[in-house]
Design a protein around this ligand. Structure first.
Ligand code: ADP
Ligand code: MG
Length: 694
């Protein structure tokens, strides 16, 4: 293949069409041939025109018998197609003059839409795709499978349709694929009896039958996973074998002291995880570990223990959290936990004054053991960490890849511990965090009451508030949460403030009630949180600033207003703010009567289960995996065909093969791996850096 051939020179494209291909990201030969069909038509997916029934979603194909504009009450564009078995009319109320040119009598089209009945079967505003001339019926009847391509508006305007794409691909396959090189090593191709690359391209655009189609689709899915896993394997290899980190070899006296002075027993899960971390830290290669644990599973304590190990080996540790409130709370709690151990602890957030930063810098320069707690300001404030041994990122899913990247550059040899309460199904963690070791806290401290979750409509407000007041009277504290999103921040804030005012002058007029939101200064927020923490406030009305990490055992009710506006993971996080003590806790989800299908689904799942893993899985199903992981900003490549949820088996195979390959030939020196090496370097080099820390 002449890879460098400009696509505009391919027959059927030319300069104008080439530009419009550029606009959807197809700039070279390879991207073009990998513009895979969006779906396929065959006899099983096409409904014959004598088998139609109303209200069904269908795809039909037929030859255009008539087309034009007619006038009923309004001007409409109509099309009559036939497939030899029946006739069907399609109509468009909105159309452009282009339509007259687009549909040519005698050509075949595929139409998709919902069938209605109006003096005969009809499709209104169907999706359409031109299929060209020739007897399509005959083709389909001989078992042909017809590819349909995604045609964006811009492509449509430049005369693209599936017919045109088929012609282009025919041309490429006939005349441009001769010297086409294979990428996948022979042993892998043989292991799975994959078609070779050239045959695979041919088959995916012009499938011979469904079997061969499935087989070549699997090959391409495998390839997509394989490259990603190779990158992860390379990173993992270099991390473990090459990079020199710190070996924290001294046993930690302080860790032992803390352990002996604790008011409670560590859970078995905590013991296991601390052991795993200890082993990692002792090892002279840098630790790169993800700690997953549901809300309330006691991650903070594990983090503190890791920091004590670093401390007793003479190093500084930093823990980064997503919000100032959380940083302050960690600062408070960790000080409390370590009060007898003579540990230097500092707090650094965006609102720390310049002077405080200078003092901190001076202290850091002494290279003495030190714990620094803060927000992303930790790594933005121009502070130098010359003696950092351990970096911990709490609620790591809240940070973008770039923030994590900035951080790792500060202490490149430091051990890294990522913590998250958003559990990821294990198999999926392999795609996204395939280069990390994973620890799981799968046990809550004993004595926790499970949280009862109740879903109520707005018209039950009165009963809800009554219930809350009764509980306050027996000593409970309550969160009332309002949604706040960036796009509608002003309106949301107003709604929260107004409700707060109303509540404080009506239902909660005799209670101590306060408002907390992200727009307040951090001193004010801090003061309110402290008061709530000390039990001086009964009801804390807030926007989602309390979402992560806040730990107040006496708070036993959380009422979430407009719960339909929150995602599942977020709801679960919010619910985790209660149920932290030994008293029975409640989570009340309040919504209007009329909410969407997905929202109903979310409320039901929340009411059904407290299991964070189950919730994450459901969330994945509802949102799809790209959205769930924030793929776009994460630096993880998007897949064209592969789907890490559906194609887990292929993912596993690709992973095993990739790691084996890297272990046996880490530098890709074997001639068999030469092409692979070039592909990785040319396509993925920029990703490797980002993925290091994702
Ligand atoms: P998360 O994993 O959500 O960050 P935290 O670290 O905030 O959870 O812990 C939640 C609460 O559980 C804290 O009050 C903490 O002191 C307490 N806790 C942690 N470990 C244990 C344990 N082994 N037994 C009892 N309580 C514990
Ligand atoms: Mg936490």
């Amino acid at each position: 293949m002449n890879k460098d051939l400009d696509i505009k020179f391919i027959k059927g494209i030319g300069p104008k069409r080439s530009q419009s291909l550029n606009s959807i990201g197809i700039t070279n030969f390879e991207e073009l041939i990998e513009y895979f069909p969006r779906r396929y038509l065959d006899r099983r997916t096409i409904v014959p025109l004598d088998r139609l029934s109303a209200d069904k979603e269908v795809t039909v194909v037929g030859k255009i018998e008539a087309a034009g504009i007619k006038r009923l009450r309004k001007r409409i564009f109509y099309l009559v197609i036939s497939d030899g078995k029946g006739l069907l009319e399609a109509v468009w109320f909105n159309f452009t003059d282009q339509y007259k040119k687009v549909f040519k009598i005698g050509e075949w089209v595929a139409l998709s839409g919902k069938v209605s009945y109006y003096r005969g079967y009809q499709l209104t505003h169907p999706d359409f795709d031109r299929l060209g001339d020739g007897d399509l019926n005959k083709m389909l009847n001989t078992g042909k499978i017809l590819p349909l391509y995604k045609i964006s508006d811009s492509l449509k305007n430049h005369g693209f349709n599936s017919y045109v794409f088929r012609k282009i691909f025919q041309e490429i396959i006939n005349n441009h694929l001769e010297n086409f090189e294979e990428i996948l090593p022979k042993e892998i191709r043989e292991k799975y009896s994959f078609l070779n690359r050239k045959e695979s391209y041919k088959n995916i655009h012009f499938p011979e039958n469904t079997d061969s189609l499935d087989k070549c689709i699997n090959r391409f899915k495998y390839e997509e996973f394989f490259y990603l896993q190779l990158i992860l394997a390379i990173q993992s290899y270099h991390f473990k074998e090459k990079e020199k980190g710190i070996g924290f070899s001294k046993p930690s006296k302080k860790l032992e002291l803390l352990f002996n002075n604790l008011q409670f027993q560590l859970t078995d899960a905590q013991k296991r995880v601390v052991k795993e971390i200890r082993k990692d830290m002792k090892n002279p290669h840098p630790m790169n570990r993800l700690l997953q644990g549901d809300v309330g599973s006691g991650k903070t304590l594990v983090a503190v223990m890791a920091m004590l190990i670093a401390l007793d080996n003479g190093y500084q540790s930093a823990i980064m959290v997503p919000t100032e409130i959380l940083a302050e709370q960690h600062y408070y709690n960790i000080n409390n936990l370590l009060k007898d151990l003579d540990v230097k602890i500092s707090l650094l957030t965006g609102s720390s004054p310049k002077q405080a930063r200078e003092i901190l810098q001076n202290d850091l320069n002494k290279k003495e053991p030190h714990i620094i707690i803060g927000t992303h300001a930790l790594f933005q404030a121009g502070i130098d960490y010359a003696h950092l041994g351990l970096i911990i990122i709490d609620e790591q899913h809240r940070f973008g890849v770039m923030q994590r990247a900035a951080l790792q550059e500060k202490g490149i040899k430091a051990d890294l511990l990522l913590m998250t309460a958003t559990p990821i199904p294990r198999s999926l963690a392999l795609t996204v965090y395939g280069n990390l070791d994973v620890s799981i806290l799968d046990e809550l401290p004993p004595g926790r009451q499970s949280i009862k979750t109740i879903w109520r409509f707005d018209n039950k407000s009165k009963e809800i508030y009554k219930f809350i007041i009764e509980n306050i009277d027996t000593g409970a504290q309550v969160f009332i949460v309002f949604p706040l999103v960036e796009e509608s921040e002003k309106i949301d804030l107003k709604a929260a403030t107004e409700s707060f005012e109303k509540l404080s002058s009506t239902y909660f007029k005799n209670k101590s009630i306060a408002l907390l939101h992200g727009r307040m200064g951090s001193e004010e927020k801090d003061a309110i949180m402290k008061k709530f923490s000390n039990g001086e406030i009964d009801v804390l009305v807030s926007t989602t600033v309390i979402e992560v990490g806040v730990d107040i055992p006496n708070a036993t009710i959380i009422l979430i207003e407009h719960a339909e506006r929150f995602g599942l993971t977020q709801l679960h996080q919010l619910r985790g703010r209660v149920g932290r003590g030994s008293k029975k806790s409640y989570c009340i989800l309040k919504t209007p009567h009329n909410i969407g299908e997905n929202a109903i689904q979310r409320m039901k799942i929340m009411s059904e289960t407290n299991d964070g893993f189950r919730i994450a899985e459901e969330d994945l199903k509802i949102r799809g995996w790209g959205d769930f992981f924030g793929i776009k900003q994460s630096g993880i490549p998007e897949f064209k065909l592969a789907n890490p949820i559906r194609d887990q088996k292929i993912l596993q195979q690709a992973r095993t093969d990739a790691f084996n390959l890297v272990n046996s030939d880490p530098s890709f020196n074997m001639p068999e791996h030469e092409t692979l090496k070039n592909i990785i370097i040319s396509k993925y080099a920029d990703k490797i850096k980002l993925m290091n820390i994702s």
